[in-house]
Design a binder for this molecule. Sequence first.
Ligand SMILES: [Zn+2]
Length: 627
Amino acid sequence: MELSKSYDPKETEAKIYGFWEESGFFNPDNLPGNRKKAYSVAVPPPNITGELHMGHALNSTVQDILIRKKRLQGFKTLWLPGTDHAGIATQNVVEKLLRKEGKTRFDLGKEKFIERVWEWKKKYGSIILEQFKKMGASMDWSRTRFTMDEDYTLAVKEAFLHYQKKGWIYQGERVISWCTRCQTSLSDLELEYAEEKGKLWHIRYEIKGEPGNHITVATTRPETMLGDTAVAVNPKDERYKSFVGKKAVLPLVKKEIPVIADRTIDPEFGTGALKVTPAHSFVDYEIGLRHGLETVKVIDEKGRISENAPLPYRGLKVAEAREKILKDLEEQNLLAKIEDYSHQIPKCYRCSTTVEAMPSKQWFLKMDELAKMAAVAVKKGKVAFFPKRWEKVYLEWLENIKDWCISRQLWWGHKIPIEGETDVLDTWFSSALWPFATLGWPKATKDLESFYPTCDLFTDKGIINLWVTRMIFSGLEFTKKPPFSRVYINPTVMTKEGQRMSKSLGTGINPVGLIEKYGADAVRFGIAYQVTELQDMRFSEDSIVMGRKFCNKIWNASRFVLLQVGKEEISLPEKMKERGLTASEKNVLKALSKISSSLDKDIETFQFGKACHEAYNSSGTISATFS
Ligand SMILES: [Zn+2]
């Protein structure tokens, strides 16, 4: 075999990837030799709407490093690929396309709409998997899974019915976060907070039977006052002691509401008196529960004022209602003060609409037992996080966990398996089963026996609680085993200046473009070279340029060796064995073996940057030894 004179990744990489695919060795069943020990990794399934970004590039690179190492070391190696149906994300993408045709999903109806989503999926849903191939990922494509495959759907149903049988599934009215655009509930983890320069309005509520005597509340959301059912103060607040137990008259609504004392009220905030709207605030909902307050829902699912409010406000959009209410209050001289006030407001993570808190009937999964199990698994070291500091994030969430709202009012997803129910399950309910449902669970398949539990999980800090935690308790509940023993949280790829990479901000870097420019190996090396234990990676293209030079160096060295070997009928090592090794050859081999075991240790402990530095520097060390 002769290598071309200069290294051209475009010429070489596709050929090599083709060779690997044809060999069938990405599939553990085809690997040569008697491989007893398995090493398996399930790829975090990207959304079918996804396209490769730098985070994926990093995540797949470090996975492939371990997979390829283990494959060479004689493990029965499975790296299982697949995609997630991504309920809300996918539904939004298809809705956007419909909008271009001047239609909504309601024009199509549910059945036709879902057909459209499947069509879309067939056409575009595998783009990201093709991009993984461009990265050189050695995934077993014959085992590609999708969270809405027929078998996977059965697994989801089985899991739901299991929980139901245990009595852990219940329906309840609860204040939840609601996207008035997507028309669905959202979990806490699906909210994104944005800083808003708002106002703090001070509003006078008259004390009943004491004309001229007011208690003044401060609020950022005056429109929710239509649903107030109390005013709360701190019991230690001297200013308000005499008010507690009295009734205030809710302006505009003319309803009498109690003044109550609650320890959680911060006397320093605003006026120290809080208007309590249990229907439209999580904090107020808790206060309402403690004091047995009425819950009056005044904002509806479309983001309009409901018929529980006085006539003049009904049907107005939230923003319109706010304007009218402030005008009316001012006319009645009930607006005491207006302050500038910046605060964080929750937005839908899919469409950025401001999210409303409102009571809604939803399905919940009880978390007590599951959370306990998940915490114990990490505390006892059955699952370990790398870097270890992430265990704290995991455990803290479990300590403060609320029951999981698992229903979503979407059309695209796994329908809740209860007769008459039209809601679908939260996307994370199905992806929580990923490590074992992809291997055939609940059937007792050969794959499940050979490759479960998986070994390592490689993921991002953003989904520790959305996904990792839920996989751990699902694994423990359904298979009695943690689904993996190590969780590696890779750094977040930031720009060189430390900014978040984002397509919409124009700060993103497309890894496919980098591959075109430098070749996949150079990109993989350049990314891995920058991995440290720090939370963020400030990505620099310089390392990729270095990666390309390194590839070139290896290419030239290989070419040199092959040219020497090609001259003889026998291979070089055999020839060397015959005549015995020279002192400098021995030194080279010694240096190589030392570096090789050091790299092995680094990779095994997820020190990818260190491993790259060593490999790069060693190429110099070895040639120095040789001369
Ligand atoms: Zn939304």
